[in-house]
Write a protein that binds this ligand. Structure first.
Ligand SMILES: Nc1ncnc2c1ncn2[C@@H]1O[C@H](COP(=O)(O)OP(=O)(O)OP(=O)(O)O)[C@@H](O)[C@H]1O
Ligand SMILES: [Mg+2]
Length: 296
């Protein structure tokens, strides 16, 4: 029988295994959780809307997809969630992977089961159902017992105390902000590890927008939900996101850490409505446009 290893050698072994595990874990968090690779999207077989979009969402991060009206934000989210097919849209090039596996051929139902849910632009609550009934519909992909369902509801109410207050109100009669919360809460009932959130600030009072983003941040920190959120409201999105992509005309024109984007002079001028140089005269507009074309 070989001699037993000394306590000292065992300790060294354990320490090296520990450091490998720590390194692997650190590397794993950097691996793209969601990866969109050079996708092209065409509606109705002729309208080319996305012209080669690539983006990554690392695990546990909030990534903002920014851009003006019609830039292609919602189309990108719908391409990921496969809801594009309902609108006669097709991914004609590129691919999408989620947790290392191709997902662009799955059904929305299969995607939700894998942990990826979308909250559509415009909230889309069932107006004639109560807030609580809306939330319950979100758990349809899971077979939960009555007590488990109750616990899941409690979790949603913990993050959205306003929904608890309004639980028996018909969703159609609640405010825009409450409907947005209801839509996010319903997505949470499927226990997603990632949520695609489309324009959560749209048509909502600024105070509620802030409240919703605070909740998104705490879901991210405490429940470890990753978010890809599309927003026209660049200001609020960059304050809560870790990373951002700016889309124009179906292409990514800029990307970077949220803090770097918010201090970038071009982003300030074109998307945040502030400029270090103060108010520009009409004469400068030509230069503006030229630079913007260069940006695109
Ligand atoms: N179902 C569709 N059929 C044809 N074209 C569409 C369809 N949906 C969107 N588009 C076009 O695709 C382009 C991108 O639209 P998309 O909704 O993705 O933009 P967006 O960045 O989400 O804009 P917004 O901020 O206004 O929501 C627009 O020019 C739009 O007209
Ligand atoms: Mg949109």
């Amino acid at each position: 029988m070989p001699p037993l290893p000394s306590y000292k050698s065992l300790q060294i072994k354990i320490m090296s295994v520990h450091s490998i595990t720590a390194e692997t874990a650190a590397a794993a968090t950097d691996i793209a959780y969601l990866s969109v690779n050079n996708i092209e999207v065409i509606y109705d077989h002729v309208i080319l809307v996305l012209k080669g979009i690539s983006l990554q969402v690392p695990q546990g991060k909030i990534v903002a997809l920014l851009g003006a009206n019609g830039a292609g934000k919602s189309t990108t989210l719908k391409a990921i969630s496969t809801l594009l097919r309902n609108e006669r849209g097709d991914i004609t090039k590129g691919d999408i992977t989620f947790r290392g596996q191709r997902v662009d051929h799955l059904t929305p139902n299969e995607l939700v089961k894998r942990g990826l849910s979308q909250v559509m632009e415009g909230r889309h609550c069932f107006a004639h159902l109560t807030v609580e009934e809306n939330l319950l519909t979100g758990a349809y992909t899971r077979s939960l017992s009555r007590s488990e369902l109750k616990a899941e509801l409690e979790k949603v109410y913990h993050y959205f105390p306003r929904l608890r207050e309004r639980r028996n109100s018909q969703a159609g009669y609640t405010s825009g902000g409450e409907q947005q919360m209801c839509a996010i809460g319903r997505a949470l009932m499927a226990k997603p590890s990632m949520i695609l959130l489309d324009e959560p600030s749209m048509g909502i009072a600024p105070q509620l927008v802030e409240e919703i983003f605070e909740i998104v941040k705490s879901l991210n920190m405490q429940e470890k939900v990753s978010f890809l959120l599309a927003e026209q409201n660049t200001n609020v999105a960059l304050r809560y996101a870790d990373f951002g992509y700016i889309l124009e005309n179906g292409r990514v024109v800029m990307e970077g850490e949220a803090k770097d984007l918010s201090s970038n002079e071009d982003v300030k001028e074109f998307y945040l409505g502030v400029s270090g140089a103060g108010r520009k005269s009409f004469k400068d507009m030509k230069f503006y446009r030229r630079r913007k074309r260069w940006l695109a």
